[in-house]
Design a protein around this ligand. Structure first.
Ligand code: CUA
Length: 496
């Protein structure tokens, strides 16, 4: 501890505010002849009740008591006292820290006494090397009334350097983040709508990268550079807000969101706009499968979605379910649309790259959701015409069984019935089913012939096989054409 400097100047009057008697006694003893203690009280309310007509020169407040440091009533008590000084002091163990918020953040009793004498920081107040915690600077109130961080001994604001560092850091992190986001693998684009959607997505990646860099860059820089160093016990710098900064961080995000709103509206309009010569495809979804009707071409209940390249398509979507939402999504087309029971919806796509894709249900809809897939083929004009002709031609029993095998997957049968003969499925296995004797929950039994299979598919609740729950969807009469029903039965017959 350094020795207190000898008193000089006019006599000081001091008021001590602390809830702790030991604090009040200690400070009063310390002040000794340096100042006349005109009061030692526990709270600001008590200061008020002292009814001091004249302000003391200095008020020493216990910084360790949070309700004292949070509010300072001096401006109310003595509105005219320009020179009144409020000094905050912390006593912990045998250490003492002075935080005179308005003028000086010192380190020990010597600083308190210097502050009492009215010495200004930067001129004579130094942190004693031997006892004080290492400090790089202190806060002063400048003549403009702004709080500035001062380098010890140089009196130059040093935030410019941090500002430059943070700007460089944020720029580098932003560039890396955007490059990283753009490098995330995506499905190839295969529709005219995908171009617009990807453009907007990339724009979002840019803003996301910058925002990420801004938050993480400033935060990590501050965490490291302004961390508490060993032995540091004082308060951080005190800031009273920054109007310019607050306006900036309100206006910039507001404008960004508004601009994205406008761009988004234009993009949506572009993606959903009606095209000339649209081909209509009716899409029907059910738990758990898809089927496609081409009303203009006379093709019905197709289980694969075949489309001619560069032909604008209007999908009219409906769900056969009572209370389950499905979602039509081909990743390469980028756009998607829910199928909501009772609410016809639509979607426009112009596929522009030939190839095989996959339609995936994109709304979690139940146990068969992951199997709710359909093959999508974007064909050239002549292949498409050939496919349409093929759909209208008659089929042989072998072709029928082959179609049945496709329907087994595409119509969602696979979700509950296996063809391996393994026990434990949601419904009976199809292997060895044809011709076998089935026991029902009501005690009766029947041989699984064609009539039985047809009835079990169309009226699944009429006979429940013992050991299974009555959970099969009852909408196959609407979903399957007669030919498809025959195809499934033909397929089951082959599973011996
Ligand atoms: Cu239908 Cu998921």
């Amino acid at each position: 501890m350094t020795n207190p400097p000898t008193p000089s100047g006019p006599p000081q009057t001091a008021l001590i505010v602390s809830a702790h008697p030991l604090f009040r006694e200690g400070i009063a003893r310390l002040l000794g002849g340096q100042a006349r203690v005109i009061g030692a009280v526990a709270s600001w309310q008590e200061v008020q009740s002292l009814g001091l007509s004249q302000a003391p020169n200095v008020i020493i407040v216990d910084h360790g008591s949070s309700d004292l440091q949070e509010k300072d009533l001096t401006p109310l008590l003595w509105p005219d006292a320009d020179d009144l000084r409020v000094i905050y002091v912390t006593l912990s163990g045998d250490k003492m820290t002075v935080h005179e918020r308005h003028q000086v953040a010192g380190a020990d009793e010597a600083d308190l006494l210097r502050a009492l004498k009215g010495e200004r920081p930067g001129a004579s107040v130094r942190v004693p090397e031997a006892t004080a915690a290492p400090q790089t600077g202190y806060t002063v109130q400048s003549s403009q009334g702004r709080m500035e961080r001062m380098d010890k001994g140089t009196d130059k604001p040093k935030y410019t350097r941090h500002f430059i560092n943070v700007t460089v850091l944020v720029a580098v992190v932003a560039i890396l983040a955007v490059i990283g986001l753009l490098a995330v693998p995506k499905f190839p684009k295969a529709s005219t709508q995908a171009l617009v959607v990807d453009w907007l997505m990339n724009l979002h990646y840019g803003v996301i990268g910058i925002l990420f860099a801004l938050v993480m860059g400033v935060m990590l820089y501050s965490l490291y550079v302004f961390r508490r160093k060993p032995g540091e016990e004082g308060d951080g710098d005190h800031f009273e807000g920054n109007t310019k900064l607050e306006i900036t961080w309100t206006v910039v995000p507001l404008l960004t969101v508004l601009i994205f709103g406008v761009i988004g509206a234009y993009t949506l309009q572009e993606v959903t706009a009606a095209q000339e010569d649209e081909m209509v495809v009716n899409v029907t979804a059910f738990s758990f499968g898809w089927q496609f009707d081409y009303p203009d071409l006379g093709v019905e209940k197709s289980t694969t979605l075949n489309l001619p390249v560069n032909q604008p398509v209007l999908f009219k979507l409906r769900s056969l379910d009572q209370d389950v939402i499905h979602d039509f999504y081909v990743a390469e087309f980028r756009v998607k649309q829910d199928l909501v029971p009772g609410v016809p919806t639509q979607l426009r796509v112009t596929p522009n790259v030939e190839g095989r894709y996959k339609l995936r249900c994109n709304e979690l809809c139940g146990t068969g959701h992951t199997n709710m897939l359909a093959e999508v083929n974007v064909l050239n004009e002549s292949d498409f015409v050939a496919w349409v002709a093929e759909q209208k031609a008659a089929v042989s029993p072998e072709q029928l069984a082959e179609l049945g095998a496709q329907l087994y997957t595409s119509q969602g049968c696979i979700a509950c019935h296996n063809v391996s003969g393994d026990p434990g499925g949601v419904g009976p296995s199809w292997k060895g089913l044809f011709g076998s004797t089935q026991q029902f929950t009501d005690g009766s039994s029947a041989v699984a012939d064609e009539a039985y299979l047809r009835n079990s598919i169309l009226n699944p609740m009429s006979e429940i096989v013992a050991g299974y729950a009555p959970v099969m969807p009852q909408n196959y009469a609407d979903v399957l054409s007669d030919e498809q029903l025959n195809a499934i039965i033909e397929y089951i017959k082959t599973l011996q």
